[in-house]
Design a protein around this ligand. Structure first.
Ligand code: AMP
Ligand code: MG
Length: 315
């Protein structure tokens, strides 16, 4: 009798293990989109279908929202055409621009082109040219369709939001997705490292759960001329690469678009203005690195930091 019970338990355990394996299959994929490396890892019974749809969606968005794509953004920039998705994104961009006093501004495209960032012909333009390019910019022009748009600072975050919808549709158990500096930790806990702004290694490791983390850093794309370095993020007030003192801005919040857009905005705004924003918005957490100081929102679960930084905790 005891023996029978033992065998029954053994069979039950085996069935449970097989079922667990079946329901928790993992699928992973690495691809290139948005001018960066995209890595997707999903777990769940329909993980393959979910992964395939995520990949298609990433490619669609890259084409639709890239300045060099063949989709709606290109048409908007050429002849003002739009669609529901682009209208929605422009509305969201306007709202972040207003909240950040114009530090986030998707109409900086003519200035980015002038500095040669789009074609890898980076150089310092003369002041007159900067003023001229700047006069074609300004987020208020989005209201009348009178500006060229570049979603490079928020498209990765928007893509993260779209992928979450696919994860939900396929009842994915959990997922980890990184689109360049935008990392989505979905329905699980994961340690995410923030790259050291001055080279190898990590500045901090954060325990994330159900959130999106985006980092903007001047070390990603920049050039040097006459011993001075110029980053790819433009200060809309001057038309010149941002020099706010922040060398890396990480924003952690549930909304991917906001996480990506704000990390760019904080990089432009600098420490004091970014801190003022954070004090007003408890749903947004951040890590701001300025030289050898690291400002950390108290709500973040920091597991590790590079000891060379002095830590300032922001309540
Ligand atoms: P990110 O890497 O998310 O910080 O985005 C940087 C990209 O956004 C740049 O490569 C430009 O295409 C664009 N960009 C530059 N300056 C700004 C700005 N002030 N606001 C919004 N987008 C910007
Ligand atoms: Mg960004």
């Amino acid at each position: 009798m005891k023996k029978n019970l033992f065998y029954a338990a053994l069979i039950l355990l085996t069935v449970l293990l097989i079922a667990a394996e079946f329901f928790n299959k993992t699928a992973e994929k690495s691809l290139f989109a948005f001018d960066t490396v995209v890595e997707i890892s999903v777990r769940g019974r329909e993980c393959k279908k979910a992964l395939e749809e995520c990949e298609n969606e990433i490619k669609r968005l890259d084409d639709e929202l890239g300045v060099n794509g063949s989709g709606i953004l290109r048409q908007y920039n050429e002849n003002g055409a739009s669609d529901r998705e682009l209208d929605f994104l422009i509305e969201r961009a306007l709202s972040v621009s207003r909240e950040t006093d114009g530090a986030f501004d998707v109409t900086m495209y003519p200035v980015t082109v002038l500095w040669g960032f789009t074609k890898n012909e980076k150089h310092v333009p003369d002041d007159g040219k900067i003023r001229e390019a700047l006069s074609a910019c300004g987020y208020e022009k989005l209201l009348t369709g009178g500006a060229k748009v570049d979603f490079g600072a928020a498209a990765k975050g928007y893509a993260a939001d779209r992928l979450v919808k696919i994860l939900e549709k396929y009842h994915v158990k959990d997922a980890l997705i990184s689109i360049g500096g935008t990392v989505t930790v979905w329905s699980r806990v994961a340690d995410v490292a923030v790259r050291s702004p001055d080279g190898e290694g990590y500045a901090a490791v954060i325990e994330c759960e159900n959130t999106v983390l985006s980092t903007s850093g001047g070390y990603e794309r920049y050039f040097e001329e006459d011993g001075k370095s110029y980053v790819h993020i433009i200060d809309p007030k001057s038309g010149r690469p941002a020099e706010s003192g922040i060398v890396s801005a990480t924003v952690v919040t549930e909304d991917g678009f906001l996480s990506d857009a704000l990390s760019t905005a904080f990089f432009v705004m600098g420490e004091e203005d970014a801190k003022a924003y954070l004090k007003e918005h408890s749903d947004v957490q951040a890590i701001l690195i300025t030289g050898d100081k690291m400002v950390v929102s108290s709500g973040l679960k920091i597991k590790n930091t590079d000891e060379k930084y002095t830590i300032e905790v922001l309540d």
